[in-house]
Write a protein that binds this ligand. Sequence first.
Ligand code: ZN
Length: 271
Amino acid sequence: MPELPEVETTVRGIAPHVIKQAIKQAIVRQPQLRWPVPENLNALLAGLAVESVSRRGKYLLFSLDAGTMIIHLGMSGSLRILPCGHPAGKHDHIDIELANETILRFNDPRRFGALLWTAQPPDEHPLLKSLGPEPLLSGFDGDYLYRESRARQTPVKSFIMDSHIVVGVGNIYANEALFMAGIHPSRHAGRISLARYDRLSKCIKTVLQDAIDQGGTTLRNFVNESGRPGYFKQQLRVYGRTGMPCRECLHSLEEIRINNRSTVFCKNCQT
Ligand SMILES: [Zn+2]
């Protein structure tokens, strides 16, 4: 599933190909995604130029003269840049044809992704307006997590995965950051000290930034004609390593379910 680092890498990968390009037309083959694609998408987009591409949480924001096209990759979505006329495959639901004879193609086998349009400032869109801060920006730190967590009974892992608290900390990154910070994933969010939240906020930034740095090497895949952009596998410390030895202390890693999500941790290192 594309997580924040993959979305960030996608933004960086496609931006040079679409910025300053006028849109010739939009072709929608399958409008039934997580939410319906606007029926008049072609009328909305044709003739407009892409001013910038950015990311908010896991949403890609294409800023155009008259509004913003919002894309979410869902569970299985991807975007690629291809030459105009490149044959469409089964799950290639939307093509945005650009003036430079290329297409931005949205592929999504499971169709949990979305393409939406807003003429309002994107931060005011219902999907975006209640999102928490970006984890890689300076507003996200130990003080913030400490303040937001007081009196909360929820497990710290669920707390940091709540997009109203902070965006983009998916299951893998929550597992990894909690291990790095030495915090047990079930511990009540409201019972963690400021010093530990300081450490946790730094670990969240580190795991996400490491993944983005690693993703940089896959940028060329966004203009590859065969296959999907390669989402990157990083060297994971705990996620997917149930029963294997902890890299710090060699104790066997344990797995529990929190919010029905796989949670792997070291009972010896995480308290
Ligand atoms: Zn350990």
